[in-house]
Design a protein around this ligand. Structure first.
Ligand SMILES: Nc1nc2c(ncn2[C@@H]2O[C@H](COP(=O)(O)OP(=O)(O)OP(=O)(O)O)[C@@H](O)[C@H]2O)c(=O)[nH]1
Ligand SMILES: [Zn+2]
Length: 221
């Protein structure tokens, strides 16, 4: 019998794994409103330092907009209280083959530059005794994506949580994404993108992986 709290929090910082997002122990002591107020103050300073006139009516609301966007939107997935509940159901029908959830939108941010990472995740698992509500896979991806991330860790956090909640190692997570820190600054390569693939269990078998890649490559719905 698996501990429910453990399942709920697997890729999160307060459980000791090597895939956790590095967070301070007091990361969530302040309320969202306090954080927004403080970030608003600091971002106004950044804008002023850049020489922007915050009395301009188009700029005056930007520090608040920016702070709210960080806390409530782009980085809502830092706070475990926002983690989606992953409903699972008994596999009554004994479906034992691969289920693929593909073209899941990735909207994330790179933790090195705080610029967008955008692309798609393709995820498959082979059910044992449990199946998961389909939308919960998309919600889990959305949650972990909405943190400052590196693509490798994002893939692993999703994989580990699904393995725990589904009580099986037979999961594969593939992400292909563009990093604006590569395409819009620095090297400014507009065409390259990054693919990560994490898996275990039955997907260690090349035939099983190839079946997954075949489905992911050949369908467009
Ligand atoms: N492994 C990995 N690296 C990433 C990811 N997102 C961004 N990076 C890289 O993080 C690296 C940070 O390197 P630094 O040399 O410290 O930063 P920089 O001077 O801005 O590097 P350039 O982008 O090459 O200009 C860059 O090579 C980025 O491309 C990611 O998801 N995974
Ligand atoms: Zn970056």
């Amino acid at each position: 019998m698996m501990n429910k709290d453990l399942i709920e929090n697997i890729g999160d910082n307060h459980i000791s794994t090597n895939i956790e997002t590095p967070l301070l122990p007091n990361a969530f002591d302040k309320s969202d409103d306090e954080k927004i107020e403080n970030i608003k103050h600091h971002f106004a300073k950044i804008m002023e330092e850049l020489g922007l006139d915050l009395t301009d009516d188009s700029l005056s609301g930007t520090p608040y907009r920016f702070a709210k966007m960080y806390v409530k939107e782009l980085f809502y997935g830092l706070n475990p209280k926002n983690k989606p509940k992953l409903s699972v159901f008994e596999n009554k029908y004994k479906y034992k083959k691969m289920l693929v959830e593909q073209n899941i939108t990735i909207d994330s941010s790179c933790e090195h530059h705080f610029l967008p990472i955008t692309g798609h995740a393709h995820i498959a698992y082979i059910p044992k005794d449990k199946v998961i509500g389909l939308s919960k896979i998309n919600r889990l991806v959305d949650y972990y994506a909405h943190r400052p991330q590196v693509q490798e860790r994002l893939s692993l956090q999703i994989l580990k949580d699904l393995q725990a909640v589904l009580n099986t190692k037979d999961v594969i997570v593939m992400i292909s994404a563009k990093h604006l820190c590569v395409s819009s600054r620095g090297i400014k390569d507009k065409d390259s993108f990054t693919t990560t693939i994490e898996y275990d269990g039955a997907f260690n078998n090349e035939l099983q992986r190839n079946e997954f890649f075949g489905i992911v490559n050949n369908s467009s719905t």
